[in-house]
Design a protein around this ligand. Structure first.
Ligand code: ADP
Ligand code: GN1
Ligand code: MG
Length: 344
């Protein structure tokens, strides 16, 4: 079935003009749907990963309805229902959903320090706005998503299995991840014993998951697929991992890849200001969140490389390995800067 025919199953207004692939997400297939009246985002949900789209969409509904009710001054995702009034449509080709297009803003894959700070205001505000939300109503759609100890176990299993015979080519990288395993349980153990509070977190706080206006105002947090209970250190850390890299996540030339302390400070200060309900332990662990999320993501990239590149969308040979290398470089430089990263 053509994608424009799929779009006809939603309560969209106007006549369909076009429906083209859009954005640079790694997980879902995103289309810009244009009608004679409005623009929409249509997404084919990655059901290989999100095996229960009803639960996924229930999470997004719950969080966006809460945000709309408690922060009517802010924008959030708006689900466009199907003709039957459901949150998504499915047929033999897959599961699809439609959101209103958030106008007057854009998602950036790289940004100035000011725009990066604006994303911190958005994500810090997200944490603050949701601190009163009852996390127990959410489904854990991707169980143990940021459980770095589990990610390390999965990585070791992939090394052992050596499915596509690549272990021989990445011995040094494997050794590097094993030698940094001390970081794996620093957040999970604190969540387990209550030192870190369990909060509703976004869990995928890359720069391109926040919409920012041309004048640099944060407009909306998007990509709510991974909203689940967690620690804000995941969210802070993942933002730093992506946004404090002086190069692209998949940059093959490591000479271009550095951790920017300057960008880190810009994000840190804006995040702390936007999230006044932050606890002392959360604040203390923010720099470790950055190291751990970067370590974990690098390990996930290398695991996917060892499994034959089946998880993260790749457009060229060796892309996941390049991604793993950038994360390793960033972790090394963050560790060198750890004292400076603790702002007191
Ligand atoms: P993925 O999970 O694959 O990353 P996203 O939900 O982040 O998918 O969407 C991919 C891109 O599509 C975003 O980076 C953004 O540019 C754009 N996008 C997604 N939702 C909207 C929206 N409601 N309005 C405008 N742009 C959007
Ligand atoms: C994926 O969907 P996207 O591109 O925003 C991934 C994140 C990774 C990120 C790395 C559900 O995010 O966990 O940090 O790629 N999302 C999922 O770029 O696995
Ligand atoms: Mg995204």
């Amino acid at each position: 079935m053509k994608i424009t025919e799929t779009a006809q199953n939603f309560r969209i207004v106007g006549d369909i003009i076009s429906c083209e692939i859009y954005g640079d997400g790694h997980i879902n297939r995103t289309y810009l749907l244009v009608t004679s009246k409005k623009r929409y985002i249509l997404q084919k949900i990655n059901t290989a990963l999100f095996t229960e789209p009803d639960k996924l969409m229930a999470n997004i509904s719950a969080v966006t309805e809460y945000l709309r009710a408690t922060r009517p001054d802010k924008q959030t995702l708006t689900i466009v229902p199907t003709l039957q009034g459901e949150t998504y449509y499915s047929d033999e080709t897959g599961a699809y959903r439609v959101f209103d297009f958030i106008e007057g803003a854009q998602a950036y894959s790289s940004a100035s320090k000011e725009l990066f700070a604006a994303s911190a205001t958005a994500f810090g505000g997200f944490a603050d706005d949701l601190s009163g939300f009852n996390a127990s109503v959410l489904y854990e759609v991707l169980p143990r998503f940021h459980d770095t100890v589990k990610r390390l176990a999965d990585f070791k299993a992939a090394v052992k299995e050596d499915k596509v015979n690549r272990v021989k080519d990445v011995k040094d990288e494997i050794e590097w991840f094993l030698s940094h395993a001390v970081y794996a349980d620093m957040l999970t153990s604190r969540l387990a014993d209550g030192r870190l509070p369990l909060k509703v977190t976004h869990n995928d706080t890359k720069l391109n998951n926040v919409m920012i206006s041309p004048s640099g105002e944060p407009v909306a947090v998007i990509d709510l697929d991974t909203v689940m209970p967690g620690t804000v250190c995941y969210d802070f850390g993942d933002s730093i991992r992506f946004g404090c890299n002086t190069a692209a996540e998949d940059e093959p030339d490591l000479d271009k890849v550095h951790f920017s302390l300057d960008y880190y400070y810009a994000y840190y200060d804006a995040y702390v200001a936007a999230y006044p309900k932050m606890t002392a332990e959360e604040k203390k662990m923010l720099p470790f969140g950055a190291i751990i999320m970067t370590y974990e993501c690098g390990m996930r990239f290398l695991t996917d490389y060892l499994c034959g590149d089946t998880y993260f969308r790749c457009t060229r040979e060796g892309q996941n390995l390049d991604r793993a290398h950038t994360q390793m470089r960033l972790v090394d430089e963050m560790i060198d800067n750890l004292a400076a990263m603790s702002r007191g």
